[in-house]
Design a protein around this ligand. Structure first.
Ligand SMILES: [Zn+2]
Length: 512
């Protein structure tokens, strides 16, 4: 698997002099301060008023490959502007360069001198890579070199260290996009596991895959309720994938991630109808992001950090053996869960993974737990194209969500913070003596008040994390990350490119 790595180029002049490059893309809010090319740009602007307003490609005598792409960010100084201006403009610019035949363009970013834009060059590179990525099945069918011809991007005026860092983040984002964006048979549970084994081979990330049905049934009873119907088809059988990383030196921080990997979600017996099923191969975006973040970690090898991740790769099928609402299933943490709706399956998968991670966390150094999932339509309805963060008391005490959101703002990987409330815990309480918890109501989450917050309460209770609340002997910080709004470009779950959220934010928070 190759991808356009970032190569540090010292200056615009160095790019103009180096035949390695075959285009120059300039991303800026205006093009009035590019000394080396100002005459050409001014002459072109005199006859083409699009310059500075939309992305244009100019024939240039000086630019490498004679291709000069000017991609404007638009205004950057209004209250609501952020570094995504660079992300989006770089996407436009690289798309023009690629369409024109460039294979190794150089990228020059002119950013305002302010904290909000301190990573503009990195963000522009990541935006370019987002535009260049093509789906795994497409690459396998047509050849990677054919549909992904750009092999390197020269990033001007960044250090070698910055270039390595941004390349490592893209390596992780690429894994996340591949795992999320692939059709349900190509990325059936065990093939998802195979991809992980392959991508982490020879790295410091250890992969173990559990596929034994009897073991899974004992250790992950809620997950296996979701998977039950899939057992009839060999190639759809579930897998729990465990990824572990231990950095050099004394461990100062342990991260524990649960990833929702619904390789296909039919809804189960509560079948998705009216066209609502298309795109549900992307219901593994949380698991994909977890694996993607670990890929970045595998490249960067941060010291003093330990990570344990569990991914539930499962298919929610419909058939004679499908689980149905009203069933009561005892979770790994010993909590009796009444199934409210079989389409609310992600929280069942995550609860057992989190319960195992809770046990790991008890003896870990300075642990923080996360779940990442395309969990609820409500998250997309409530916060639009942003990631939704819902944290527990211990996480709030250390300002976890606030820090993560602030970091994400600098990396074009933004989040909104949602508060966990008492109503969320009331909502999921068992209604009879037969059950401790109700997994979900029967209306779509998008029309349910607090539809993305209350599932976090369910996860806390079903995974036994309520034994680690602020009022206990060992509070454990936990943050639930819902990427249902942010997981694909443009919110188009059927055709949009996976965005790999929140890989860039996590990488910046823990590895920079
Ligand atoms: Zn579902």
């Amino acid at each position: 698997m190759s991808y356009p790595v970032a190569i540090a180029v010292s200056s615009v002049q160095a790019a103009l002099n180096d035949s390695q490059w075959d285009a120059l893309i300039i991303v800026a809010s205006s093009f009035t301060a590019v000394t080396e090319l100002q005459q050409e740009i001014d002459a072109a602007a005199a006859v083409d008023h699009r310059i500075g307003k939309e992305t244009v490609l100019l024939l240039s005598g000086k630019a490498p490959g004679q291709r000069l792409v000017l991609s404007p960010t638009g205004p950057l100084d209004r209250d609501y502007d952020d570094v995504r201006g660079f992300y989006d403009a770089a996407k436009q610019g690289i798309s023009q360069a690629k369409a024109a035949g460039a294979k190794s363009p150089a990228l020059y970013v002119i950013a305002p001198d302010s904290d909000a834009y301190q990573y503009a060059a990195e963000v522009a590179y990541l935006g370019a890579c987002q535009a260049l990525w093509q789906p795994l099945e497409g690459r396998e069918a047509r050849g990677e070199a054919t549909i992904e011809p750009v092999i390197a991007i020269g990033v001007i005026a960044v250090s070698e260290q910055q270039a390595s860092y941004m390349s490592a983040v893209e390596a992780g984002k690429r894994v996340a996009r591949d795992l999320c964006g692939t059709e349900p048979e190509r990325m059936a549970p065990r093939r998802f596991a195979d991809y992980c084994v392959e991508t982490f081979a020879g790295t410091d990330v250890q992969v173990s895959v559990e596929t034994k049905v009897d073991v899974l049934q004992k250790e992950y009873p809620l997950l296996m309720a979701v998977a039950r119907c899939s057992l009839q088809v060999d190639r759809h059988k579930p897998a729990v994938i465990r990824l572990e990383y231990q950095g050099e030196g004394q461990i100062e921080h342990t991260l524990l991630f649960a990833g929702k990997g619904l390789v296909y979600d039919t809804g189960g017996a509560d079948l998705k109808i009216g066209g609502g099923m298309a795109g549900m191969s992307r219901d593994k975006g949380g698991a994909a992001a977890v694996a993607g973040f670990l890929k970045t970690v595998a490249v960067l090898k941060p010291k003093g950090l330990k990570i344990i991740a569990e991914i539930g790769a499962v298919r929610n099928s419909i058939g004679a053996d499908a689980f149905v609402p009203d069933e009561i299933i005892t979770s790994h943490a010993g909590v009796r869960v009444r199934i409210g709706n079989t389409d609310a399956e992600g929280r069942l998968v995550l609860a057992d993974l989190l319960s195992h991670l809770r046990e790991d966390a008890k003896t870990a150094v300075n642990p923080t737990l996360y779940s990442i999932a395309t969990l609820t339509g409500h998250a997309a309805r409530a916060v639009g194209p942003y990631t939704a963060l819902v944290e527990n008391g211990a996480a709030r005490r250390i300002g976890l969500s606030a820090d993560l959101a602030m970091t994400g703002d600098l990396w074009a990987d933004p989040s909104e913070i949602s508060r966990s409330r008492r109503e969320d815990f009331s909502f999921i309480k068992g209604r009879t003596s037969a059950d401790d918890l109700l997994s979900c109501n029967n209306a779509p989450s998008s029309v349910t008040p607090r539809g993305h917050q209350f599932p976090m309460a369910f996860l806390v209770a079903a995974a036994g994390l309520d034994q680690h609340a602020l009022n206990t002997e060992q509070p454990l910080p936990y943050c639930h990350i819902d990427i249902a709004g942010s997981g694909v470009d443009g919110g188009d779950w059927q055709h949009g490119k996976p965005s790999a959220a929140p890989v860039a934010a996590l990488a910046a928070y823990y590895c920079l």
